[in-house]
Structure formats: structure tokens, C-alpha cells
Design a protein around this ligand. Structure first.
Ligand code: 3H9
Length: 687
């Protein structure tokens, strides 16, 4: 046997053990010996039954994603599943950890599936811009019904072993020694005898499908796909499982898979998959992690409360500190309310709510932070205020505790320098709502110790966040680039576009919403206040605010909102205001197309990203993609701004930036040296 596949024999029940760390992906060096082992066991008369299990922390977590960019090597997964279907003796997949993608498809080739109580099962290919390509779209509906399969395959979200049992996907759920129980299960099936039908022959669940209801469900999912091809292909393939004979549906699934895997969208999503994992690694630093058992949060406002919830959700005890009892109680009440809403929505059990609330300890005394291993400050965005907080923290925190600021813009070096322990200070920039948004910018200050950085990066993954390490500059990676993206917004309006046209260019590109709709949602008064503080102005936005038009919360902003609705309605008053503001300096308004809108907003975004790379604020171009895909809604099918720059053509971007630079003279369009080099060499490498 190979190192990756081993076979043991337990009284006539063969146990095939796949061993390919870390996640038992079905790489070529697994598929080849697996195919050979199964063929041999099929023909071995001494073997009564076969159990497929995995060594290590999980069942097969899918095909090997790194192989998708290379030529296919035989035997493919499909050939292995086809071989399984020629085996008459009972076959059992024994699942622990996660059976995902090709892993679940392998299990679907078996007669039976048994699972550890903590296991999860799913077909997450859609998240990689793909559909299951090993028969999953055709076999899963035969076990769980087409509607359930559609939901699982289009969302890509795994289900628990319990849910899988209830749905008919697994035959038994076990606690304790999974292999021993799977062997017993297989032995009993063999002893019972009779014939064992492969999943392909089970038609009753798909035959009962209400096709009209299925099509309605698929249409609703298609509406939410926002330009992504994979969810539509998933729905088409599951529909084929209902309407076509098995082999035809299987062939159609293959054709869709082949098309998607070669396409830009899947390449982009695979890029993000690896980029997210890469971003969590602290380069060249093989350091031990500090122990984090209790987390302190200073400030129980929206941000502090959200951060506290994120840690409690990850199982950490939290000390929440406020200046006074009233503010503390208000913050705790908000947290209770948020959890109650989750229970009402069915996304949290009452038991989990109680357990999470039990992790909170409120305080108004800094001394109570003394037993915290990490303290995150989330107070008012003002340097003087932050320094006072860090001074008090410095006095009480235990030696070695990590002290973090949640600032969005301020200089973390300056904050660190105000303490006696700058090596323990860093930024943890959460995004609002902090208990929901996945991105975490970890700000590395000049003197931050590598082990503090590595500890926080690992911790972030443990609470379900996607961490990216960034350097100190105004706005770090995300907000700094956001300013660049928005720099031309008002010029576009003054020169002839409407807010609706700009927003439509964005949503057509794949963004969830455009900048003006976003401004109305966030509240225009926030930007107005920030501009005033920095002595800046915005010709149109300032006037809107002076008129009390703060966006959705006042029913009027860049758009009008009918009573309580979130649906933006174009407002002739705003268009009149734009025309008047354009007339003042004598700007002749003209038709502005979607291409121009993209060039003047997203090319500066890429350009600023290039500057950020040049300055070393981000270590890798892919880190910037992770920031934008997880924190700002950059369409995942385009892989983030830096990946997209490659698809768009860096040479074209440079040429158009130069064009706009000549035309406007504005620095935002001056191509960054790294971008020029990328155009010449095809690589973001910073010398
Ligand atoms: C598929 O199956 C297609 C088929 O339908 C058809 C085929 C014809 N391949 O996430 P982690 C690496 S598509 C290669 O940090 P965790 C990962 O890059 C696939 N590598 O661990 C990382 O490497 P490194 C469908 C993979 O415990 C290391 O493993 N399946 C793969 O937080 C650890 O990963 C999926 O989409 C892979 N399939 O989470 C599942 N998976 O250490 C994708 C992981 O060098 N995987 N790696 O950075 C996951 O969702 C998570 O990895 C998992 C573990 C939940 C399994």
C-alpha cells in the first residue's frame, strides 16, 4: 500500500484508511492507490464488506484544489465512484470532521454513510466558483430530495451529522469509536445479505419533486447570485437530476464543471481561498503564541459590544468596561437584545444564548482588566482620549498582556509610544457590525512583537475572522483605498452622472451596492462630521447634510426613501442640486458611461493598492484582495482589486489612469510605480 492509502482487515471487513494531511484532499497520490485498493478488494473473496475512513482530523475535505489549474491525472474521482458502483458487497463511508465536496461525493458512491456526532457534510464547491463535479448534483438529490439538495449545493453550507441523518444523507450517527462502530455496521449489513443498491438507482426522492416549486426556489436563488455563474450552474445541474436519466445528468454536470473550472470567476474564487489562508500566516516568524484565556473590551458602544459578542461567540470569557454604570448597562442590554433577535430568527438556540451571556462580566473599574490576556480599546476616535485610556490600561494590565486599539485611522505607533510596553501594542481594526463582519485588519506598529502579532492572527481565525496584517498609515489598507475609490464620486455627478447611474455601474460590476446607496445606509452625517474635523468640504454632500438629508435614517439623502422603506428612489431635488452646483463653476454636463465610472473609481482603487504595496503597508497583493473581498463587498467572482487588475490588464489600467491624469491633473490618477511594473512584468513583486 502507499503512504496515503492503507488497508486493514477486521474479520473480513476491509478498512480503507486515507491518510493525506492536513485535510485528506483527494490528490492524485491518493486517487491512484485508492482506486487500486478498491479494485483489489472488490475481487477479494475473503472480504465481506468495505469501510472507508480517514486518518487525522477529518474525512476527505474535497478534491485537491491546487490541481484544478493543472492537466487532469487519471484516475479521476468520477472513475473511483464509478468503480465503487461495481462493488456488490456493502460499502460504508465512516465520516468524522468534515466530508466536503469530492469527499462527500466519494461517500455518496458507497451504499451507506455513518458519521461521528460532531461531523459536518456539505458540497461547498460553489464557494470556489464551481459545482460538484464528482456526481454530487445527481446523487445528493436521490438521498435528500431535490429541494434540500438545491439549498445545500447553491449555498455550499455544510449540515450537521444530525441534520444529515434526518434528511436521509447518513444512515447512522455514532458517538465514541467511529471505526469500530462502522466496522460493526458493515459486518451486520454483510451478514444480513441481499443486494445493496447504489445511490444512482434510488429514484423515489427525485420522482416526488414538485418541479414548479423547484423552479421557483431556483429562480429566487438565481436572483441573489449577482453575476456569479456557479450558483446558476448548480441549480441547472440539480434540475437535470430530476428531469434527465442518471448518466445524462452526470455528463451534463461534468460539462458544466469543466466550463466553470477554466473560467475567470472560479480562478478568482480559488485565488481568494488560498489568499485568505496565506494572509493569516505571519511571514518568516516561527514564534510561540501567547496564551489568551480572557479578553477585555473597553467601550460598550456599538463597536465594543460587537467585538465583545465576537469573542463570546468564539467561547471566550469577556470583561466589558465602561466609564459609568448607565453606559455599561445600556451596552449589556444591547448585547442581550442582539442575542434575543438571533434566537427569534432561529439562528441561535436558547441554550447557546444563555451560555454566551454567561461569558460576560461588566465593569466600570480598570482594575478588573488585570486578569485579561488581551484588551481591546473601542472608545471614541480621538487621539487624546485613546492616550488616556492606554495610560490607565498600562497601569493595570498584567505583564505580557496584548493591548489593542480598534482605531480606524489613528497612528498606532503614537498610541503604542504612549505606553511603557510598545512591544505589546497593536491595532485590531474590526468592521461593523463586528460580530458579523469577517474582516480583521491587524495593525503592526513599528515595535509590535512578532509573537503578539502571531497570537492575534491565530486568535482571529479561532473566532471566525479573516485576519490580514497591515502597516500603519491613515486608514490602513481598507479605508485608505476606500477614499481613493470615492475621490471622483462628486466630480462624476458634477460632470453629468446621476447617483443612480454611478450606483448601477457598481451593482452591474457585482458590488452589493454603489457608493451613494452605501452612503445613505451608513449615514451621510458621519462623513460630514469627519470632513469638518479635518477642514475638508464636499460640494454636494455637505449641502445635502445642511438640508438635514442624512440618508436612510432621515428618509432622504442621495435618494428618497418612502416611509420606512430601504428602497432608494431617485430624487429630482438632488438632481436639481447637482445641476446647480455644476453650473456655479460653469461645468458643462455630459453623458457619462459605465466604463468611465469604473475607470474613475476602481482604477484609482487599484492604484492606491499598488502604492500600499510599494510602501509595505500590505505585504502581499493577495492580502489586499482579502481585505476588499471580506470587508468591502468587492465581488468575489473578480477575486479582489489586485487580482482583478490582472484580469482587466494592468497595461490598460495604466494607460487609462494616464489619460485621466492628463485630463484632470489630479494626483489620484498618477500611476504608482508598482502598477507600471506590473503592467510590464505581469507580477506585483515589489523589489
Ligand atoms: C471539489 O471537491 C470538487 C469536486 O466536486 C470535483 C472534483 C472533480 N485542497 O482551511 P485550513 C489546505 S472542490 C487543497 O486552514 P481548517 C489549506 O490551503 C473542494 N488544499 O484548515 C491549508 O493549507 P496551508 C471542495 C486544501 O481546519 C490547509 O489545507 N472542498 C484543501 O481551518 C488547512 O486548511 C472545499 O472547498 C483542498 N480541498 O479548515 C473545502 N482544503 O496550511 C475546502 C484545505 O498550506 N477546505 N486545504 O495554508 C476547507 O473548507 C477547510 O480547509 C476545512 C478545514 C474546513 C476542510
Amino acid at each position: 500500500m502507499s503512504n496515503s492509502v492503507n488497508v486493514a482487515n477486521e474479520n473480513g471487513v476491509a478498512v480503507v484508511i486515507i491518510d493525506n494531511p492536513p485535510v485528506n484532499a483527494l490528490s492524485f497520490h491518493v486517487r491512484e492507490p485508492l482506486h487500486a485498493a478498491l479494485a483489489a478488494l472488490r475481487d477479494d473473496a475473503t472480504v465481506r464488506a468495505i469501510v472507508i475512513v480517514c486518518a487525522g482530523r477529518t474525512f476527505v475535505a474535497g478534491a485537491d484544489i491546487t490541481e484544478f489549474s493543472k492537466p487532469v491525472q487519471q484516475p479521476e474521482l468520477r472513475a473511483i465512484v464509478a468503480l465503487l458502483e461495481t462493488i456488490a458487497k456493502p460499502m460504508v463511508a465512516a465520516i468524522h470532521g468534515t466530508a466536503l465536496g469530492g469527499g462527500l461525493e466519494l461517500a455518496l458512491g458507497c451504499h451507506f454513510r455513518v458519521a461521528d456526532a460532531g461531523a459536518k457534510l456539505g458540497l461547498p464547491e460553489v464557494k470556489l466558483g464551481l459545482l460538484p463535479g464528482g456526481g454530487g448534483t445527481v446523487r445528493l438529490p436521490r438521498l435528500v430530495g431535490a429541494a434540500k439538495a438545491l439549498g445545500m449545493i447553491v449555498s455550499g453550507t455544510p449540515i450537521s451529522a444530525g441534520e444529515a441523518k434526518a434528511a436521509g444523507l447518513v444512515d447512522a450517527v455514532f458517538d465514541g469509536d467511529l471505526i469500530a462502530q462502522a466496522v460493526r455496521f458493515a459486518g451486520e449489513a454483510a451478514a444480513k445479505g441481499g443486494s445493496f443498491a447504489p445511490v444512482r438507482e434510488r429514484r423515489d426522492r427525485v420522482a416526488e419533486t414538485d418541479l414548479a416549486a423547484f423552479d421557483r426556489q431556483a429562480a429566487e436563488l438565481a436572483r441573489k447570485a449577482r453575476g456569479l455563474e456557479a450558483p446558476l450552474a448548480c441549480a441547472e445541474a440539480v434540475r437535470n437530476a430530476i428531469t434527465l436519466p442518471f448518466d445524462e445528468a452526470l455528463a451534463a454536470e461534468r460539462a458544466l464543471f469543466v466550463k466553470l473550472v477554466a473560467g475567470d470567476q472560479s480562478r478568482a474564487q480559488r485565488h481568494l481561498f488560498f489568499a485568505e489562508r496565506e494572509a493569516a500566516k505571519i511571514q518568516g516568524k516561527d514564534v510561540t503564541r501567547r496564551k489568551i484565556a480572557r479578553v477585555g473590551i473597553i467601550g460598550a458602544g456599538t463597536m465594543g459590544g460587537g467585538i465583545a459578542m465576537a469573542f463570546a461567540n468564539g467561547g471566550f470569557p469577556v470583561t466589558l468596561l465602561e466609564t459609568g454604570e448607565e453606559a455599561l448597562q445600556r451596552g449589556l442590554a444591547m448585547i442581550e437584545k442582539n442575542y434575543a433577535v438571533s434566537v427569534g430568527r432561529g439562528s441561535l438556540t436558547e441554550e447557546a444564548r444563555q451560555q454566551r451571556l454567561g461569558l460576560f462580566k461588566g465593569s466600570t473599574d480598570y482594575a478588573d482588566l488585570a486578569d485579561c490576556d488581551l484588551v481591546i480599546e473601542a472608545v471614541f476616535e480621538d487621539m487624546a482620549v485613546k492616550k488616556v485610556v492606554f495610560g490607565k490600561l498600562d497601569a493595570v494590565a498584567r505583564p505580557g498582556a496584548i493591548l489593542a486599539t480598534n482605531t480606524s485611522y489613528l497612528d498606532v505607533d503614537e498610541i503604542a509610544a504612549s505606553t511603557s510596553r510598545p512591544q505589546d501594542v497593536l491595532g485590531m481594526h474590526f468592521f461593523s457590525p463586528a460580530n458579523v463582519m469577517k474582516l480583521l485588519e491587524i495593525v503592526r506598529a513599528d515595535r509590535t512583537a512578532p509573537d503578539a502579532l502571531a497570537t492575534v492572527a491565530e486568535l482571529a481565525r479561532r473566532i471566525g475572522k479573516v485576519p490580514v496584517v497591515v502597516g500603519v498609515c491613515h486608514g490602513f489598507v481598507g479605508n485608505r483605498m476606500l477614499s481613493a475609490r470615492g475621490a471622483e464620486n462628486e466630480f462624476l455627478l458634477l460632470e453629468g452622472a446621476t447617483p443612480g447611474q454611478v450606483d448601477k455601474a457598481f451593482t452591474d460590476f457585482g458590488w452589493p451596492m454603489g457608493p451613494f446607496q452605501m452612503g445613505d445606509l451608513a449615514g451621510l452625517d458621519i462623513g460630514w462630521r469627519n470632513r469638518k474635523a479635518r477642514g475638508q468640504t464636499a460640494v454636494i454632500a455637505d449641502t445635502l447634510c445642511e438640508q438635514g438629508r442624512f440618508g436612510q435614517k432621515t428618509g432622504r439623502g442621495w435618494y428618497r426613501y418612502e416611509s420606512g422603506s430601504r428602497e432608494p428612489v431617485p430624487d429630482p431635488e438632488v438632481e436639481e442640486l447637482i445641476r446647480a452646483k455644476a453650473a456655479e463653476p460653469g461645468i458643462a454636463r455630459r453623458e457619462i458611461g459605465a466604463d468611465e465610472i469604473i475607470e474613475r473609481t476602481l482604477y484609482p482603487l487599484v492604484n492606491e493598492g499598488a502604492r500600499i504595496l510599494e510602501e509595505g503597508i500590505a505585504v502581499r497583493a493577495s492580502d489586499i484582495d482579502v481585505v476588499w473581498a471580506n470587508g468591502y463587498g468587492f465581488p468575489i467572482g473578480k477575486g479582489g482589486p489586485m487580482f482583478w487588475a490582472g484580469l482587466e490588464g494592468a497595461a490598460k489600467i495604466v494607460e487609462r489612469l494616464e489619460h485621466w491624469h492628463r485630463r484632470t491633473g489630479r494626483a489620484i490618477f498618477e500611476p504608482a510605480p508598482v502598477l507600471r511594473r506590473f503592467a510590464e512584468t505581469g507580477s506585483w513583486q515589489v523589489p
